[in-house]
Design a protein around this ligand. Structure first.
Ligand SMILES: C[S@@+](CC[C@H](N)C(=O)[O-])C[C@H]1O[C@@H](n2cnc3c(N)ncnc32)[C@H](O)[C@@H]1O
Length: 404
């Protein structure tokens, strides 16, 4: 075994993501446990209790089958705990390695549902929990760590779409940069699903840019001062893309209001808007608290929306009904509600996407001010795209909802 000073870094010991399909459950869990042992070590108080005969860090993690390097390369009788800790500290502080692990874990999580070695739900859950744990530790640790630069305090993601400008041959790049992660800086709340951009938001952003007319994002249907509200905006990808598109679509002033109900998500939304729209421009970008289950329509939600938009917001049986009732209060008489629902065929979300049609078909649904009912005018199935969204997403359904 190599001495502790030669511990193999994750970038040279983790199995390439392309080989995940061939790894056994044990090998995958072992690689993840190696990462936990490195980045989420037991408290020093526990480590110092190690007796001379068991002072190897192998005791902090199971023996790796896929050699994760940083746990196996320790010579019991030549290294004391202090030396090992120093080497591990150096490895932990290595920004390149951390970045590499961040990307590896994100990639792993996106593929976890398609990996044969993790076909049992229990193994998959354990693997995903372990991966999230390590990623969350990065977010939590970096907040206190002066030595790490800004790049590491966030999961910054950049998106770029090609906007086909209606009525011209022109294509304009629409670029958005986001804080995108698995948990908030100060939060371990598993409700923080809004701190990551989901496949549906990426698919819808791409479709809107590729064919704005399909969504009525053209003149004259848009008008010169449209008002667009996003429900359950999460990181705000769709709102940010709309904000970047609108000036190219013949609007003079517009309002885009990204809403959510979760405080950490709203804080992150504000950060993302400030990063992408640092100064006042033709599009006024707002964030607002809006809980579909108990909507309070104070400013800026006190005026009707020409367009409502929402992606991946139906993942509990009551969501579709809440969203319908909210939309009934928010949508202008000529407005349209675009709802992109993620279809998940396995696990606890199975069948939830079907609740949308039921919610908009029931005869006792609330009426708008002029007595009309919100109704699904069109729906379309969209295929899952390769390398977009999580492995449990099997496709999407795009609903055009309006008054009838
Ligand atoms: C799966 S995420 C989707 C986020 C974003 N639309 C996307 O596609 O990336 C669901 C979002 O709905 C929000 N949400 C859940 N329940 C809500 C409620 N009752 N009112 C408002 N927002 C809610 C969550 O905070 C989260 O941001």
């Amino acid at each position: 075994m190599a001495p502790a000073g030669c511990l193999l870094p994750p970038s040279s010991s983790l199995p390439p993501l392309s080989t995940l399909q061939k790894l056994t459950e044990e090998q995958i869990l072992s690689a993840l446990q190696g990462l936990s042992a490195l980045y989420c070590p037991l408290p020093a108080s526990v480590a110092f209790k190690l007796s001379p005969e068991n002072n190897s860090l192998e005791h902090l993690a199971p023996p790796p089958l896929v050699d994760s390097g940083y746990t196996s390369g320790v010579e019991d009788d030549s290294q004391d705990v202090e030396n090992v800790e120093q080497s591990l500290d150096a490895l932990r502080a290595d920004g390149f390695e951390r970045n590499f692990v961040e990307r590896w874990l994100t990639g792993f999580m996106a593929r976890a549902y398609d990996v044969p070695g993790l076909s049992s739900e229990d193994a998959r859950d354990r693997a995903l929990d372990q991966a999230s744990w390590v990623l969350e530790s990065f977010v939590a640790n970096t907040a206190d760590d002066d030595e790490l630069d800004d790049e590491h305090t966030h999961f910054t993601r950049e998106f770029s779409f090609n906007l086909s400008v209606p009525g011209s041959q022109e294509e304009v790049p629409v670029q958005v940069q986001l804080n995108d992660g698995l948990a908030g800086k100060n939060s371990t709340d598993c409700d923080d699903v809004g701190l990551q951009s989901w496949g549906a938001s990426i698919v819808l952003s791409d479709l809107m840019c590729a064919e704005p007319s399909r969504f009525g994002l053209t003149q004259p249907s848009l008008g010169t001062s449209p008002r667009i509200i996003e429900l359950g905006a999460g990181t705000g990808l769709v709102s940010l893309v709309l904000g970047a598109m609108l000036p190219h679509l013949g609007t003079t002033t517009s309002d885009v209001i990204a809403t959510d109900y979760h405080p950490a998500v709203l804080e992150n939304l504000r950060t993302n808007i400030a990063a992408n729209f640092p100064s006042n421009g033709p599009v006024a970008m707002h964030t607002s608290l809006l809980d579909w289950s108990a909507p309070v329509l104070d400013s800026p939600l006190d005026l009707p929306a020409d367009m409502l938009i929402a992606t991946d917001v139906v993942y509990a049986p009551e969501h579709a009904i809440w969203l319908r009732d909210c939309a009934t209060r928010l949508l202008s008489p000529d407005g349209v509600f675009w709802l992109l629902v993620t279809v998940r065929q396995n696990g606890k979300f199975e069948g939830i996407s079907d609740t949308v049609e039921a919610a908009f078909a029931t005869t006792d649904r609330p009426r708008g001010k002029d007595g009309r009912l919100l109704t699904i005018l069109d729906s379309e199935k969209l295929e899952k795209r390769s390398r977009v969204g999580r492995g449990d997403e099997s496709g999407y359904r795009l609903f055009r909802v309006g008054w009838a």
